[in-house]
Design a protein around this ligand. Structure first.
Ligand SMILES: Nc1ncnc2c1ncn2[C@@H]1O[C@H](COP(=O)(O)OP(=O)(O)O)[C@@H](O)[C@H]1O
Ligand SMILES: [Mg+2]
Length: 371
């Protein structure tokens, strides 16, 4: 049996990656000039994939750079952050465990190298070591530049998670004060919307104006369609332009759901995708994702449900007296409160000129359940 040409739920690059030429170009320009860059978007729009793809393409043409990757998804404390940061930097500059140990001895005198369950080297920094060496740790990228005569690009994913550490303001100030002096080092910091915006847009926050900000949007229909049609074609199947457009519309150009939906259709279809395949796949898409959202739906207040109903009915003047009365939304102050609560829960997002559901599949589920 052939493998599905679609991939979702992990970083995608190469044949599973489409579009984003402009973003890749900006990123590569920034890699070259060690320009710090912040990338912000809702979850699963493709930030991690974008940085990975851009770095891979860049390394094919440019030598003389180290790329370090640190994912803060499962980093829960400031101390853990230092250990993982230092490990990521050293790892990028070394080809094997032996080199790692040697470099750790030189650059992080007195630290201890252990290994993870998968055998990867890990720098263990205890509380006392960290206390005495905070800036040696944070300046590590700069140390590598001097020792190895290569430029360093530090990519930190889910960066917003640092704001959940105790005393994170102090940490933010430390990071900023160390990193802003790092010539030949570029920091690429990315993560999801609300908390990233808090860190980088607060005018009195340490990270204000730290770098160029790139907001990632969904992918244009034309490019998604080419991607899907080609993927079907290259695996001996055909999907019509109309069905393909319907797929893209259903998931509102959301990259993750596009790949998931296309993958389901690919599995259930024969040589030629039919309308019946489309309907069956749409049901499956909803049912696969239902568990994630059912609790969220159950916990909404009646007011919030009224608010979502108004949104699903394409009301665009949610603050108007007619809409407030028709959907029993209480008052304008109440609408504002709901808007804030639902945005904070990540259910709705403010787009350029409208409010929209952040998650197109949650929208499908909500349509079924509350309309
Ligand atoms: N450029 C792209 N082309 C095709 N699919 C993509 C692209 N970017 C993201 N995706 C899809 O979205 C999913 C989530 O991407 P990811 O990079 O993990 O997003 P984020 O880091 O923003 O949460 C991927 O697994 C893939 O299915
Ligand atoms: Mg990611």
């Amino acid at each position: 049996m052939k493998q599905s040409p679609f991939k979702f739920g992990e970083i995608v690059t190469g044949q599973h990656f489409t579009n984003r030429e402009t973003e890749i170009e900006s990123l590569q320009k920034n890699f070259l000039s060690s320009q710090n860059t912040i990338i912000i978007s809702p979850r699963r729009y493709g930030k991690s994939s974008l940085v990975k793809e851009a770095s891979e393409r860049f390394l094919n043409i440019e030598k003389g750079y180290y790329f370090c990757f640190l994912d803060c998804m499962y980093v829960y404390s400031e101390e853990e952050f230092y250990s993982r940061f230092a490990t990521a930097i050293l790892k990028a500059a070394c080809n094997n465990q032996e080199e790692f140990i040697q470099l750790a001895k030189k650059a992080m005198k007195g630290s201890r190298v252990t290994s993870t369950v998968t055998g990867e080297p890990l720098l263990e920094l205890d509380r006392n070591y960290i206390k005495d060496n905070i800036y040696a740790i944070l300046n590590l990228p700069r140390t590598i530049v001097d020792k190895k005569q290569k430029k360093v690009i530090v990519c930190i994913d889910e960066f917003q998670n640092i704001s959940r550490f105790d005393k994170n303001h102090q940490l933010q100030s430390r990071l900023r004060s160390a990193w802003q002096h790092h010539d030949q080092v570029g920091y690429i910091l990315y993560g999801s919307r609300n908390r990233m915006t808090e860190i980088f847009n607060m005018t009195n926050g340490p990270f204000y104006k730290f770098g160029e900000t790139l907001y990632l949007n969904r992918i244009r229909t034309k490019r998604l369609r080419e991607y899907v049609v080609n993927a079907f074609h290259s695996t001996g199947k055909e999907i019509s332009k109309d069905i393909c457009n319907a797929v893209i519309d259903t998931v509102e150009n959301h990259p993750y759901y596009l790949q998931q939906f296309a993958s389901i259709i690919w599995f259930i279809s024969g040589k030629k995708v039919t309308k019946a395949d489309f309907s069956e796949a749409k049901k499956a898409l909803i049912s696969y994702n239902l568990n994630l959202y059912i609790e969220l739906l159950d916990n909404l207040t009646n007011y919030q449900i009224g608010f979502l109903k108004a949104l699903l009915s394409k009301e665009d003047r949610l603050y108007s007296a007619e809409v407030i009365s028709a959907y029993k939304l209480g008052s304008t102050a109440n609408v504002r409160r709901m808007y804030n609560a639902l945005t904070n829960k990540g259910i709705i997002v403010k787009e350029v000129d409208r409010m929209a559901f952040a998650d197109p599949v949650f929208k499908l589920i909500a349509e079924e359940r509350i309309l």
